[in-house]
Design a protein around this ligand. Structure first.
Ligand code: NAD
Length: 430
């Protein structure tokens, strides 16, 4: 294995931590562009979105009043194929958040080498305080407003924070009504009855476990008996907990927004799911002791998996992380400054654009199945997914050796190099 040297931070790095996702995405891009020696015009093109749409979404609320919500859809880069990216409903959605997440989608699709560009959408709203009818009317009107930007060949939305398969069903139905024919390939993450793919629900966790196996091999840590802490016990965190336990690894800590629990003997994933379904949290689960989310991040363990929110490992706590490997299920959980600290301390980080790419990979399979009007079995989906994740991991290891970069930088170099090559080979019309 080649020596891995510490790459310098660009001079542009601000003195204080900037937690704006778009700025972080640009900083990561600048580092990779330096390694790749991209020409200035191409840099300018790839560090900014291709197009940005802001829409006003009028919705008649259940009380008869009309409220106007603000929504966005951003195409970051579509050189390698149609835009692909989730739709987020959250009070903190901002244009910069959507722009940052869209850029990460471009790099994520390129890391696993699937033929999509990067896109993302969001609506500023508080879905926990809206009825199902209000959410349905908002979704359908949002689709009308962003209609010119989406389509099976243009941009294919998917679920993200507080959107789900029902939201995708409304999008598919509204789009189909507007274009005059059924168009299942306009969204992924649909219910199986509307052309959703087998294996989509746990695809992100399954892909994450495949790269964890590769990371353990690389770092010579046996996954069997490895200790694991998972922050966030939602869709990804709970599925990852089950899949790791099936591989005889020991998940010793899990958490959710209310706090976490620890058991040195290992946490039974099925019991944890049942307890959380019943009580709404993992906190208080019998046979465990309580720990906070901050304590979980600082736990002595082999593998730490942030699977909740962005910006949880920052300059404030990076020197307390004691795991040997960090695997990012969440998007953007580690700030660039914190990443430097982790690297200096010898903690191996598998970045989000590789670690959580299993979800978009099976979304790609769903889109392929919809376009062929043919369904794959779950075992076909899972074996193709694992093959793509392991190949992507090997590609990043090769880039790490070629560029003497650390693993996160190598993933960005690989991905941005692929997008840059597609953009320059297509050329700039006219
Ligand atoms: P989810 O909503 O199902 O679960 C999120 C979990 O995080 C919940 O258990 C919630 O209680 C917990 N949480 C929320 N705030 C927290 C806090 N302050 N501290 C600790 N825990 C907190 O979401 P998910 O689908 O499992 O996604 C988790 C992360 O993975 C997100 O960052 C998402 O963007 C990312 N991701 C998900 C997918 C996917 O396919 N679901 C794909 C790629 C990336």
């Amino acid at each position: 294995m080649a020596t891995v040297t510490r790459a310098p931070l660009p001079t542009r790095m601000p003195p204080r931590e900037d937690l704006n996702p778009f700025h972080i995405a640009q900083l990561q891009f600048d580092m990779a562009a330096e390694f790749l020696k991209l020409d200035p015009a191409l840099r300018q093109l790839l560090r900014t979105p291709r197009r940005v749409l802001e829409v006003a979404v009028p919705v008649e609320m259940d009380n008869g009043q009309t409220r106007i919500f603000t929504g966005y859809r951003v195409h970051h880069n579509v050189a390698r194929g149609p835009g692909k990216g989730g739709l987020r409903y959250h009070p903190n959605v901002s244009l910069d958040e959507v722009k940052g997440l869209a850029a990460w989608m471009s790099w994520k699709c390129a890391t696993v080498n699937i033929p999509f560009g990067g896109a993302k959408g969001g609506v500023i709203c508080d879905p926990k305080r809206m009825s199902k009818g209000e959410l349905e009317r908002m979704t359908r009107r949002y689709v009308c407003e962003i209609l010119p930007l989406i389509g099976p060949e243009i941009d294919i939305p998917a679920p993200d924070v507080y959107t789900d398969s029902q939201t995708m069903a409304w999008i598919m139905d509204t789009y189909s009504a507007l274009v005059g024919h059924a168009a299942p390939a306009v969204v992924t993450g649909k219910p199986i009855s509307l052309g959703g793919s087998q294996g989509r629900k746990e695809a992100t966790a399954r892909g994450l476990v495949a790269v964890a196996e590769e990371a353990c091999k690389l770092k010579r840590i046996p996954l069997r008996s490895a200790t694991i802490a998972i922050q966030g016990f939602g869709n990804v965190g709970s599925s990852a907990c089950r899949l790791f336990t099936e591989r005889k690894a020991k998940v010793v800590a899990i958490s959710d927004s209310r706090g976490g629990v620890y058991s040195g003997r290992g946490i039974d994933p099925l019991r944890a799911c049942r307890y959380k379904d019943r009580t709404g949290t993992v906190v208080g689960m019998p046979g465990t002791s309580r720990l906070s989310n901050d304590e979980l991040l600082a736990l002595k363990c082999d593998i730490l998996i942030p699977a909740a929110l962005e910006n949880v490992i920052t300059l404030a706590n990076a020197d307390q992380v004691k795991a040997r490997i960090l695997i990012e299920a969440a998007n953007g959980p580690t700030t660039p400054h914190a990443d430097e600290v982790l690297h200096r301390r010898g903690i191996f980080a598998v970045p989000d654009i590789l670690a959580n790419a299993g979800g978009v990979t099976v979304s790609y399979f769903e889109w392929v199945q919809n376009r062929q009007s043919y369904s794959w079995t779950e075992s076909e989906v899972n074996s193709q997914l694992e093959a793509i994740m392991r190949r992507a991991f090997a590609d990043v290891v090769s880039a790490m050796q070629k560029y003497h970069a650390h693993f996160r930088q190598a993933a960005h170099i690989l991905a941005i190099g692929r997008v840059a090559e597609a953009a320059t080979t297509r050329g700039f019309f006219p």
